[in-house]
Design a protein around this ligand. Structure first.
Ligand code: ATP
Length: 248
């Protein structure tokens, strides 16, 4: 479904992604684990194409140069240079780090904005599904996004991404700053979304513990490079992963 080959991303002369090869199998959940600054967000921006917008803006301002090398193929098509909006139309939808919901819009408005690519019938059906997977959102329809708790905002951010009819859902650190209980609940929801809808998911996290059990395959990033990969089981049993990402 998604195949990344020899990807390199530079901010000016600093390397953020160092020759990465990653595959996301269709219908599966793939995990990306790494500490702060390992390159998780840069990878998500590069897959969704947002990096090309950032690059353009930087060039217009005469600021830093961003260079993307390598190859990204989605369902057999090379998308490396495709505009982010065209990638979204193809079904590559990013749920960005720190939620980025519209704080002054209500929960329902946020969800409707997410559905701008969907037909009326799709939007209606997906909205019902979002309320099934995240029941608290149903009672918070009219509440402004800014007044939701961190966990509710994250549910909303994922719900909004679902409204965009993803084939590949990119979740960038969805558990950031949440309580252990909320982490567990959201990890279960991500697992259920994948099982119930078959949407392919790429999820990044700093801490592997809540996410490792729900992935099929995962990669560990360090300083922009993929230093380790394996199935959920293989990564869970790996002593380096245990000490670095489980704190064991
Ligand atoms: P975090 O958990 O902090 O979000 P991350 O794994 O998502 O970290 P990135 O944000 O992708 O990591 O950062 C990778 C590297 O690229 C870091 O060294 C970071 O400082 C650098 N970087 C990220 N964005 C920019 C930018 N716009 N300009 C220059 N350097 C950047």
């Amino acid at each position: 479904m998604l195949e990344i080959k020899n990807l390199m991303v530079f901010y000016e002369n600093a390397i953020a992604i160092n020759n990465i090869n990653i595959k996301c199998e269709g219908g599966k959940v793939t995990g990306i684990f790494g500490a702060n600054s390992a390159g998780k967000s840069t990878l998500m921006y590069t897959i969704s194409g947002i990096i090309l917008d950032v690059k353009k803006k930087e060039e217009m301002k005469g600021g830093e140069r961003i260079t993307v090398l390598g190859n990204i193929a989605f369902e057999g098509t090379d998308i490396t240079h495709m505009k982010p909006s065209d990638r979204a139309k193809k079904g590559i939808i990013l749920c960005p780090e720190r939620r980025r919901i519209f704080a002054e819009s209500s929960t329902l408005e946020n969800l409707k904005i997410g559905g701008y690519l969907a037909t009326k019938a799709q939007a209606k059906k997906t909205l019902e599904y979002v309320y099934t997977i995240f029941p608290p959102l149903k009672n918070l329809k009219r509440r402004e996004g800014g007044f939701l708790s961190g966990g509710e905002q994250q549910m909303l951010a994922i719900g909004r991404a679902l409204m965009a009819q993803p084939k590949l859902l990119l979740l960038d650190e969805p558990l950031l700053g949440l309580s252990p209980m909320m982490e567990a609940m959201l990890a279960r929801s991500v697992h259920d979304i994948n099982l119930q809808t078959g949407i392919t998911i790429l999820i990044s996290e700093q801490y592997a513990r809540p996410i490792l059990p729900i992935i099929h395959h995962g990669y560990v990033l360090e300083n922009g490079g993929a230093v380790l990969e394996g199935s959920s089981q293989e990564l869970m049993e790996n002593p380096d992963v245990k000490s670095a990402y489980f704190g064991l």
